[in-house]
Design a protein around this ligand. Structure first.
Ligand SMILES: Cc1cc2nc3c(=O)[nH]c(=O)nc-3n(C[C@H](O)[C@H](O)[C@H](O)COP(=O)(O)OP(=O)(O)OC[C@H]3O[C@@H](n4cnc5c(N)ncnc54)[C@H](O)[C@@H]3O)c2cc1C
Length: 440
């Protein structure tokens, strides 16, 4: 796929042919779930959007490829048809730990569907980028943004500088959206650094040919990872793992660790993955000879570890704004939620003349993110501190897992799957918790 300049939306209020290819109403840096989702919403509303992406589709993104119902809601909101064979549906979460395994169906709610999905990011991200192009966004792939262009007098972001095969290019727009993921180059260029008082994770994953596990209709989560290389003396390893079937004979397997763990930053995560998998049952097939490709790893920026989400002409979305859920490491849903929310505020801002009122609308996005997730993420930060301590985690697993009613509540809390109004006792408990805890 190359530049999609010629595919402008019929809804566009702008005649793209009059624009040089380097200016737009809005520049979005990064065509992951956050950037492409924002591009779809904005372009559908007639905004002239330039979407700049350093890689070329199709491309891999290191991820577990799993969507809980919270992510599915965002996919449905875009109007995506998820009934085809490209999607593997799941009906809940299987939690393995403390010597037991518990299947927790996704709850029936007003706010979220009752199924999850799995689809490799290689396809998923391309599908979203294609939607953005179809909606009228001009996608430039192979465009590596090196930093913001600032107005010399005001210091405000007025564009993005990029490297392409054809040489350096400057792109200009009155508003720039950073959706460039955990690397957060645009935010860093504005001096918005990572906050060390917020949780951070790291995760690695690999694909395997594993027919025995590929057609799972539950997402499988392992609360304990065991080194069984010495059968007589199994050792508990740090971290948490997952096995997500992809329905095509393969699985996505990985593990993650939080910075609240003593082992964080001192562990060879790739070796840890091999050690854990070598001890899983032979019939699962998670052995070196069945591996597809290498082990990929990346950081998980959690609990709003990069704020403010708006400043001086730059809006932060998704991982660039540290939006991964600290309870469960899920990031796609929150990247897309931030994009949907930002699009509303950006549309309001662009409809106002430049100046104080437009600025107020954009600051409204940062405030809305806080309202939407701030208290929940503060709770998540507390939770991540607790589960970093193996003794607490071990006790919680052993006491919690056998109690189905408690685990029903835990699922709603950890996956953010509770109704914002009405609902059952568990929805009310989670809502009350988020009310008493102040926002981050
Ligand atoms: C091992 C692992 C497993 C995970 N598993 C899950 C999971 O199962 N489910 C889930 O919901 N979340 C999961 N996550 C988290 C999830 O991957 C992220 O939260 C999500 O991808 C964030 O989306 P985003 O659009 O903000 O950023 P990204 O998906 O990172 O997209 C950023 C885009 O910007 C582009 N880009 C970056 N820098 C530049 C630049 N300088 N110039 C131009 N373009 C640039 C990138 O190429 C990319 O296309 C996992 C993460 C890891 C590391």
């Amino acid at each position: 796929m190359t530049s999609a300049r010629d595919m402008s939306s019929p809804h566009s209020s702008h005649d793209v042919s009059k624009h040089p290819d380097t200016t737009a109403d809005v520049i979005i840096v990064g065509a992951g779930p956050a950037g492409s989702t924002a591009a779809v919403y904005l372009a559908r509303s007639g905004v002239d959007v330039l979407l700049l992406e350093k890689s070329v589709f199709p491309r891999d993104k290191v991820c577990g490829d799993g969507l809980t119902p919270r992510g599915v809601k965002q996919v449905l909101a875009l109007g995506v048809d998820v009934s085809g064979d490209d999607w593997l549906r799941n009906k809940g979460l299987r939690v393995v730990g403390g010597g037991t395994s518990l299947e927790l169906p996704w709850p029936v709610l007003q706010d979220y569907p009752d199924f999850g999905l799995v689809r490799p990011r290689r396809d998923f991200d391309q599908m979203l980028a294609d939607m953005a192009v179809k909606a009228g966004a001009r996608l430039h792939v192979g465009t590596n943004v090196t930093g913001p262009i600032k107005d010399e007098r005001t210091g405000r972001v007025v564009g993005a500088q990029a490297r392409t095969d054809a040489g350096p290019v400057s792109f200009h727009a009155p508003l720039v959206i950073a959706a460039d993921g955990v690397s957060a180059r645009m935010a860093l260029g504005m001096g918005i650094n990572k906050r060390d008082d917020r949780p951070l994770g790291v995760a690695v994953r690999r694909y395997y040919n594993a027919p025995a596990k590929t057609n799972d209709d539950y997402l499988e989560s392992h609360l304990e990872l065991w080194d069984r290389s010495n059968a007589a003396d199994p050792k508990l390893l740090p971290g948490y793992g997952w096995i997500f079937g992809l329905g095509d004979g393969t699985v996505n397997v990985g593990l993650g660790m939080l910075n609240s763990s003593k082992a964080f930053g001192k562990t060879d995560y790739r070796k840890l993955l091999r050690t854990w998998l070598d001890g899983t049952p032979e019939e699962w097939g998670l052995r070196e000879e069945n591996a597809i490709g290498g082990i990929g790893g990346a950081g998980l920026p959690m609990g709003f570890n990069r704020t403010p989400h708006y400043t001086d002409g730059l809006v932060l979305l998704g991982d660039a704004g540290g939006s991964v859920n600290p309870f469960n490491g899920e990031g796609i849903a929150y990247a897309m939620e931030s994009a949907a929310l930002a699009s509303e505020y950006v549309l309001q801002a662009l409809g106002r003349p430049e100046g104080a009122s437009r600025e107020a609308a954009l600051h409204g996005y940062a405030a809305a993110m806080k309202d939407h997730l701030g208290s929940y993420y503060r709770l998540g930060g507390m939770f991540s501190t607790l589960i970093g301590k193996p003794s607490i985690m071990k006790t919680a697993t052993r006491l919690g897992l056998p109690r189905k009613r408690l685990m029903y509540l835990v699922l709603k809390l950890l996956a953010g799957l509770y109704d914002s109004r009405d609902g059952d006792w568990a929805d009310k408990v989670v809502r009350s918790l988020t009310k008493v805890v102040p926002s981050v």
